[in-house]
Write a protein that binds this ligand. Structure first.
Ligand SMILES: Cc1cc2nc3c(=O)[nH]c(=O)nc-3n(C[C@H](O)[C@H](O)[C@H](O)COP(=O)(O)O)c2cc1C
Length: 199
């Protein structure tokens, strides 16, 4: 017996995911990247992480073919960045945008997201075929945590971007201390809605 796709999606929508962006550069120098919810810590010795990439993802071949890539762990206020790297490929990198945005930085020669919570520069360790995805295993060569302070993560859960409730509470406290304005508290912060990434 196999489960139907709708039941599978509904059950998996309950799994909260940390939102991350993977970026790389191909041999011709072109930048590639995509938004991920599947980053997972795998091993400490050696230091390995894994993520899953859909075969049909536009960036699949560039990322699986790259010897090195960078993972940028997004902060709660980076929902626009998550949407940018999940949207049309021609709008994913700042330098290629008509507005000349400067969201991107370069880490060890790789494009990366400015303002992320943390960055992992990886060498490709192995690729495993699994259903309609490739499991990409990276060996971490450089791990940096932002010096910007204890920012909270951008979470994707039940088809919505969210922030942790405690980050919302911290923001509320800052708002009260700053100008007397009180922002409503309660449920995890709702930041917007995007299409189901596993559509
Ligand atoms: C929050 C979020 C998490 C995602 N996680 C993954 C993922 O782990 N693996 C994956 O292959 N695509 C994931 N996607 C989808 C890709 O970011 C991208 O939208 C999709 O591959 C389509 O890109 P394309 O038009 O270049 O093919 C996710 C999208 C979002 C918004």
């Amino acid at each position: 017996m196999t489960v139907d796709a709708q039941s599978f999606r509904e059950a998996l929508a309950c799994v909260a995911m940390q939102v991350t962006v993977v970026t790389t550069r191909d041999r011709g120098g072109a930048a590639h990247g995509t938004t991920l919810g599947s980053l997972c810590s795998l091993s400490l010795s050696p230091p390995l992480v894994l993520f899953c990439l859909a075969h049909r993802a536009g960036a699949h071949d560039a990322i699986c073919g790259a010897e090195r890539f960078c993972l940028s762990v997004l902060a709660a206020d980076q929902q626009p960045t998550a949407a940018r790297f999940a949207g049309p490929a021609q709008h994913r990198f700042g330098a290629e945008n008509a507005e000349g945005r400067e969201e991107d930085i370069v880490l060890d020669g790789l494009p990366a997201v400015r303002g992320a919570l943390a960055w992992l520069v990886c060498v490709r360790h192995s690729l495993l075929a699994a259903g309609d995805h490739t499991i990409v295993v990276g060996e971490v060569q450089r791990a940096e945590r932002s010096a910007a302070g204890p920012g909270g993560p951008l979470v994707y859960h039940d088809r919505h971007y969210r922030a942790l409730a405690e980050d919302r509470a911290r923001r509320d406290r800052l708002a009260r201390a700053g100008n007397g304005a009180v922002v409503a508290t309660g449920q995890p912060l709702f930041l917007g809605q995007v299409a189901d990434p596993h559509r």
